[in-house]
Design a binder for this molecule. Structure first.
Ligand code: NAG
Ligand code: NAG
Length: 240
């Protein structure tokens, strides 16, 4: 009887693990998407986890009250970007690991980047770039975004470092609440609607979807515990 239960548990555990393999594989891809925020004159960046020969990204400046995606890229002081009075938007720099280190070092006198993969000459409200055909050699590829504006700027970014994998569609965000001149009568309180939009799944920069993997493992654990409890209950009942 005990052996039978053990067999059932192992079979279930095996199938549960098997079910999760495709998800785990997908999350290991160097593909990221989310909402970021950069304080004035600062820099945000993201790098490929593995060496790659490809970068494909879409960046769009957005105005929203939504909080930025957690663990999506890294904010640093960086080099103070040039100001472009009257030109809205952000500057993007596609570069390698050496380049990003120079870029985020406030002491560095220069940086290197691929100009054809960057929106570097003027701030841009949108910037889409792709390296196709890919580079011949593989290296760590990074994207730095700096904010030349006087105020914090938010952006959505979808980026793929995997040749053959397109970036996800840009996440949709709820537009910033704007003040209307007409005052809202306190009696007609509108029922708040759930204004959190349905976003595509986020892949995080610092942990490469590890939190998702962890939660999957937790679900497996939970299911296993339930199964064990159920089986032991059955076992106890059938023994009585
Ligand atoms: C980055 O690119 C520069 C310029 O091509 C090169 O000198 C440097 O070795 C590269 N660094 C890495 C880590 O690939
Ligand atoms: C609306 O305007 C008031 C006063 O001008 C300001 O304090 C408030 O923050 C504004 N709200 C939004 C959502 O912009």
């Amino acid at each position: 009887m005990i052996n039978n239960n053990l067999v059932i548990i192992f079979v279930l555990a095996f199938f549960l693990t098997l079910q999760n393999i495709p998800t785990l594989k997908a999350q290991q891809d160097d593909v990221y998407s989310g909402l970021g925020a950069i304080p004035s004159a600062q820099t945000w960046y993201i790098c490929s986890k593995q060496e790659t020969n490809y970068i494909n990204y879409k960046m769009k400046v957005v105005e929203t009250d939504q909080t930025p995606t957690q663990n999506f890229g890294i904010n640093v002081q960086g080099n103070h970007p040039l100001q472009y009075p009257g030109i809205l938007g952000l500057l993007t720099y596609a570069t390698n690991f050496t380049g990003i280190q120079l870029f985020i070092d406030p002491q560095a006198k220069f940086s290197i980047y691929w100009s054809d993969l960057s929106c570097f000459d003027f701030p841009a409200l949108e910037c889409n770039r792709v390296k196709d055909p890919p580079f011949e050699a593989k290296t760590i590829i990074c994207l730095g975004i700096s904010n030349p504006q006087n105020t914090e700027q938010k952006f959505t970014l979808s980026i793929s470092f995997v040749y053959g994998v397109l970036p996800l569609p840009l996440p949709t965000v709820s537009p910033k609440q704007t003040n209307t001149t007409s005052s809202i009568p306190s009696t007609s309180k509108s029922t708040p609607t759930n204004d959190i939009p349905e976003n595509p799944p986020f892949f995080y920069a610092t942990n490469n979807g590890f939190s998702n993997v962890m939660s999957n493992i937790n679900i497996i654990r939970l299911l296993l515990i339930i199964v064990v409890v159920l089986l032991s209950t059955i076992f106890i009942i059938s023994n009585n």
